[in-house]
Design a protein around this ligand. Structure first.
Ligand code: ASP
Ligand code: MG
Length: 454
């Protein structure tokens, strides 16, 4: 039987300098027998720098824009000098020279508006992953790994929504299999850049910030991988923010459902949308730390493996605003919620937590860019009250599903703290509530003590 592939994705900090690249080659080498397929992000900070260069060019400063990238080109060269032999260095240099020419040309086009800007932006920003993936191939080869570059733009087909393109699954699946399976069967290790893709018309597109995880999930799903590994700079998913509780521990397992809840609430580890292709095919996703590769990390699995703990993790998000909308007209009337939601839809603003009573609706917002306009519209429906500087706390665990005692335990632990909104049960694995931002540290600490320390 054919061996199943293992997709290994390395984030920007995992390839930030020569030492990091060397660790990656080491980690890949450790999976040599498990048919690895490597997906890499751009070197840390490179995507930001490319976006910044685009902005400068847009203001007409193509030369400044290009020059601002120089330190980042040099970072690639430095890695090559430290880790590659003569021929590897030469081929990287060639790649870099070509990238520089292209980038220069693209930035000039931006300043002259000679092609649609969104299209140029993706072409520019794609060079982060184009270069990091080329460099990683060379580094792996220098470490005697049978690595081979695969251009993600020939594998992942998207629509032409530049900046956050959506993959066309059937074509993508077919291309990935067609191109990568023979390489894997021949014992080669494909290495590709995450985040970048191409539209049906062949133009370079990108999958949205942080999109390399998505690329890894797409490749993993197409190949029906054994496992998708997300290598980052934290050891998996923790029981809470270690900056607040130094006692925070790494979770061994988590269900997709629990991970999705946590991801939303600032656990910066994985965005639920990005692992959807893996979830659909029930492929395990492992989050591990490239600085501590021997640690197990956190396995994200279809079903939560039963653990004695009801609560898995406590997440939070600061900078939240609450809106209370009150109207007597709401009493016994239908269509009211829908009218409210339509306003948010119109202003493209996401609502996080919602609670309702007979005559009022309270909800929380993270993004307040359109707040003024939203309030104006809402005031046609009822009176609006605003409470800024709030924080959402989210207690996650499959055990919350049907354990009523947990709610009591949560609120007993913080009984002297004022809670403004509570929402329980929508996803059945979380209990969410809102407190003032200035007590968030205290709340998290007490809950962590309550559920994890004793
Ligand atoms: N390099 C891209 C970004 O910084 C994609 C990624 O790292 O996942 O957003
Ligand atoms: Mg990332």
């Amino acid at each position: 039987m054919e061996k199943k592939a293992t997709v290994m994705k390395f984030g920007g900090t995992s390839v930030q300098d020569a030492a990091a690249f060397a660790r990656v080659a080491e980690i890949v080498s450790g999976e040599k027998e498990n048919s690895p397929v490597v997906v890499t992000s751009a070197m840390a900070k490179v995507t930001d720098a490319l976006l910044q260069a685009f902005e400068w060019a847009k203001k007409g400063n193509a030369t400044t824009a290009f020059e601002s990238l120089q330190p980042h080109f040099e970072r690639h060269i430095k890695v090559a000098e430290e880790l590659l032999g003569e021929s590897g260095r030469k081929s990287l240099q060639l790649e870099l020279d070509y990238a520089k020419q292209e980038l220069n040309d693209l930035l000039v086009r931006v300043s002259r508006r000679s092609l649609p800007l969104q299209m140029l932006k993706d072409a520019i920003v794609s060079y982060g992953e184009q270069l990091s993936s080329r460099l990683l191939v060379e580094v792996c080869q220098a470490k005697k790994l049978n690595a081979r570059h695969a251009d993600a733009r020939r594998l992942i087909v998207t629509d032409d929504e530049y900046g956050s393109a959506a993959p066309v699954w059937d074509q993508t699946e077919r291309l990935i299999r067609l191109e990568l399976q023979p390489l894997i069967a021949a014992g080669e290790i494909p290495v590709l850049g995450g985040f970048i893709a191409a539209s049906r018309g062949g133009e370079t597109t990108t999958l949205g910030r942080g999109g390399s995880d998505y690329s890894a999930a797409l490749v993993g799903a197409a190949l029906q991988a054994r496992e998708i590994q997300i290598w980052t700079d934290v050891t998996g998913v923790l029981t809470c923010d270690p900056r607040i509780c130094p006692e925070a521990r790494t979770l061994k397992t988590l269900s997709y459902e629990e991970a999705a809840e946590l991801a939303y609430f600032g656990a910066k580890v994985l965005h639920p949308k990005t692992i959807q292709p893996a979830v659909d095919l029930q492929i395990p996703v492992r989050v591990c730390n490239s600085r501590q590769p021997t640690e197990q990390g956190t396995m994200i699995l279809p079903q939560s493996q039963s653990t004695p703990r009801l609560v898995k993790s406590i997440a939070y998000k600061k900078g939240i605003t609450i809106l209370h909308i009150t109207s007597a007209r709401m009493l016994g009337a239908y269509g009211f919620m829908s009218a409210i939601f339509q306003i948010f839809e119109r202003h493209r603003t996401v609502i996080d937590v919602v609670t309702t009573s007979e005559v009022s609706v309270s909800l929380t917002l993270d993004d307040t860019a359109a707040l003024e306009a939203i309030i104006k519209d809402l005031e046609r429906i009822g009176t609006v009250e605003i409470e800024p500087n709030q924080a959402v706390v989210c207690v996650v665990g499959s055990g919350l599903r049907d354990t009523s005692g947990v709610a009591a335990q949560i609120f007993a632990a913080i009984s002297d703290i004022n809670i403004s909104l509570i929402s329980h049960g929508a996803s059945s694995v979380n209990m969410t509530f809102v407190v003032q931002e200035n007590v968030i540290g205290e709340v998290i600490k007490r809950l962590h003590d309550e559920f994890f320390t004793n």
